[in-house]
Design a protein around this ligand. Structure first.
Ligand code: ADP
Ligand code: ZN
Ligand code: ZN
Length: 720
């Protein structure tokens, strides 16, 4: 019989979704197997059995399938529908999506090797082997031993704090969804420190008690160990696995197998975990649902948050989206009643939210002629010093890593541009390099100006590395309560490159070994710091003037998250503050922030978006093209636009706006010129119908544009 098999082969993407093979066995959809592809042999997924009535392509000799990975149960119907939806909605081939969301290790294994991995999983977890599987004596003994090693009595009941009134109310509403035939998606809007994690734990507990599996998504790998520890502590004796790209390939496969076979009760993971097959799925939680990391930025550019909602509907399981600053998309869904809004407006233990103080930098003393202003203005520095002398911690938040964003020669005007990108190279003092954060191009810092030989090349502006250095100098002589000197530390992508280093550095902060912590966005997310009473936004203004329409939303959310790191200890809450250094203190965003008023901010942003016809009031797609010669990228986009125009003229659809091709904010990266074209529609359906007919044609169009390096379509792009 003929089988339609999904394979990951971009060269066939234009041919349709699946390739046909011959098989003697009737394999159900979702089975994994090896198939020949050109001269290779590759992993494939049975997508469909081709009906005998479909005539075979004349002149095409079908090849037989290779080995079937028979020890693995086929992926289930809901999983196949999720992959299909993702491929259609984000305009990718089914094979690409299906294969890219499976553990990469699967591609390398034959059935025998896979069976060994399965046996290993069973041994590790003390599971009986399936009947009929021949087992060597030694292994049988090992399994028996592992089973005996399992605690004979159930582990002691973990301590659960009594619920706060807000939590109790919210959990009742969640319980109602567990009982519902078709559950409604719920948006949990809880201020920082309101105890959202406890709600997730209790919701998961309810799912597990009903014999179901729970899937908990977090935006970043960094947040998984912390959360994993809390779940593990709460559910001793339950099987908990994590899924993220930081695992070794072998571990990721084992964890995935545990979930797919239904042995794992809880799966905790980053965006890729939304595709984890779970035969007993009973709950999906998306923590920090507003976080941009839920959007995949290459290949199939899916939003794991949106797919989680889709999956919940597909499998009729409750979906809980949580955030202190929900995305405006989700907030709008709640306002229109499509999602149910659950609110937790109070901090646990009556802890107050930190007082937000906005400092007008224009009112601060000017530095002497030719000197750079200090990183912190006098009242802010005084506030930090006060914390140090009281033995409390301060967080200084600056969203720019490196020492200085650019080096500059005052004599001739030279600046440290990247030869391959339209961007500056950042000066990293630690290893004395100039590094491009876009293409990675790195060189040693020149000792003299490359253009004029001037020896005094100077850093301009400030990154976290420099802020750390300056803080050490500024705090000299400031004593902690025991008379010892202040300790400054830094956490950013540069200090946490090594595996485990972030955990180590965070542990040092929790242990009170740091007085002043300098860092990027990384330090503002999710951490439950107990002794922080001051948070400073050192230079948030640049984000206000970014061209991106989502910039204010992001800034508001990151500042509110950052503020949320302070005063998490009820006793210290009363003297907790966030200081914001800005040149535009009158901006409405700061007024809302001062009141911790997310709803007011969201309302004003939504009003602006509605007037401008931006999401969530419209639906966007972005066609990007890259080429060495910008004319090539532009010609491709113009031709694509003509095709779309012709389609619209023919179909007389509700309108889709086709904007002219333009360069993005950073127009050149790694030697390639970038251009993009925006599509905007009032109706998602109209945009989707156009894309479905148009994108396949772009594969053919590409062939006519030699010299085009890449093109991609981004549906619901995060930034335009
Ligand atoms: P959020 O995720 O909303 O910012 P967390 O879940 O981190 O808040 O909770 C803040 C703190 O309050 C944590 O230390 C948590 O252990 C504690 N907490 C949460 N719920 C309760 C409760 N019902 N009783 C006591 N402490 C709680
Ligand atoms: Zn010079
Ligand atoms: Zn570069």
């Amino acid at each position: 019989m003929r089988l339609g098999v999904a394979v990951d082969a971009p060269q066939y993407a234009a041919l349709g979704d699946v390739l046909h093979y011959l098989s003697e066995q009737a394999l159900p959809p979702g089975s994994l197997l090896r198939v020949p592809l050109g001269r290779r042999d590759t992993l494939g997924l049975v997508w469909e059995q081709v009906s005998e009535e479909v005539p075979a392509d004349p002149g095409v000799t079908l090849r037989p399938v290779g080995e079937v990975l028979a020890c693995l149960p086929p992926l289930g119907e809901p999983w196949l529908r999720l992959v299909e939806f993702t491929a259609r909605y984000y305009q990718r081939a089914i094979g690409e999506v299906a294969l890219s969301v499976l553990p990469p290790e699967l591609r390398k294994l034959d059935d025998t090797a896979l069976a060994k991995r399965l046996a290993r999983l069973r041994r590790q977890w003390g599971l009986p082997s399936p009947e009929g599987e021949a087992q060597p004596k030694k292994r049988r003994r090992a399994v028996a031993a592992a089973q005996e090693a399992l605690p004979p009595v159930p582990p002691p009941e973990p301590e659960r704090p009594p619920l706060m009134p807000d939590q109790a109310t919210v959990l009742e509403a969640i319980a109602a969804q567990f009982a519902a035939e078709t559950p409604t998606c719920q948006l949990l809007h809880g201020v920082t420190g309101s105890g959202k994690t406890e709600v997730y734990l209790r919701a998961a507990e309810a799912a597990l008690a009903a014999g179901k599996q729970a899937l908990v998504l977090v935006p970043e790998i960094n947040l998984t160990p912390q959360l994993e520890a809390r779940f593990a502590e709460r559910f001793p004796g339950r099987r908990l696995v994590s899924l993220h790209s930081g695992l070794t390939p072998a571990q990721r496969l084992l964890n995935w197998l545990g979930a797919h076979l239904g042995h794992a009760d809880l799966v905790l993971g980053t965006r890729l975990a939304v595709f984890c097959p779970l035969p007993r799925l009973g709950l999906i939680v998306v923590d920090e649902e507003h976080d941009p990391s839920y959007k995949q930025q290459d290949g199939a550019r899916y939003s794991a948050r949106d797919l989680a909602v889709y999956r919940g509907r597909l499998e009729k399981v409750p979906v809980l989206l949580g955030s202190a600053t929900p995305s405006l998309e989700s907030w709008q869904q709640a306002r229109t009643g499509r999602y149910q809004l659950l609110a937790m407006p109070h901090r646990v233990g009556q802890g107050e939210l930190p007082k937000v103080r906005v400092v007008d930098m224009a009112q601060q003393p000017k530095p002497p002629q030719g000197r750079e202003p200090p990183p912190l203005c006098p009242p802010v520095l005084a506030a930090v010093q006060e914390r140090v002398s009281r033995g409390e911690q301060s967080l200084l938040f600056l969203n720019r890593r490196g020492f200085a964003p650019v080096l500059h020669c005052a004599a001739c005007g030279w600046k440290s541009g990247c030869p391959h990108c339209s961007a500056w190279r950042v000066f990293h003092k630690g290893d004395r390099t100039l590094r491009c954060h876009h293409c990675g191009f790195t060189e040693r810092v020149p000792t003299a100006c490359p253009d004029c030989g001037n020896l005094d090349i100077e850093p301009m502006g400030r990154g976290t590395e420099r802020l750390e250095e300056q803080m050490v100098a500024l705090l000299e002589g400031v004593q902690r309560p025991d008379g010892s000197p202040a300790r400054v530390a830094r956490i950013d992508a540069d200090t946490t490159r090594l595996k485990g280093s972030l955990e180590q550095q965070l542990a040092a902060v929790h242990a009170g070994e740091v007085d002043v912590l300098v860092g990027t966005q990384m330090i503002t997310k999710g951490h439950d710091f107990r002794n922080v009473t001051l948070v400073v936004a050192v230079n948030p203004d640049s984000a206000l003037y970014a061209a991106d329409f989502r910039a204010p939303e992001r800034l508001f959310s990151s500042l509110l998250q950052a503020a949320g790191r302070a005063g998490r200890d009820a006793e210290a809450a009363a003297r907790s503050e966030m200081w914001i250094q800005t040149w535009t203190p009158g901006h409405a965003l700061f007024a809302a922030l001062r009141q911790h008023d997310y709803a007011a901010f969201a309302a004003s942003q939504l009003e602006e978006r509605e007037m401008a016809g931006l999401p969530p009031f419209s639906h966007l797609a972005l066609l990007r093209a890259e080429a060495r010669d910008p004319a090539v990228a532009e010609a491709f986009l113009r031709a694509a636009r003509e095709m779309a125009r012709a389609w619209l003229a023919e179909h007389g659809e509700p309108p889709v706006m086709l904007y002219a091709p333009v360069p993005p904010q950073i127009a050149k990266v790694a030697g390639l010129e970038r251009r993009q074209m925006l599509l905007e529609a009032g109706h998602r359906g109209a945009l989707q119908r156009l894309l479905a007919d148009w994108v396949p044609g772009l594969h053919a169009l590409r062939a006519a544009h030699r010299g085009l390096a890449r093109w991609a379509i981004d549906v619901d792009p995060l930034s335009i």
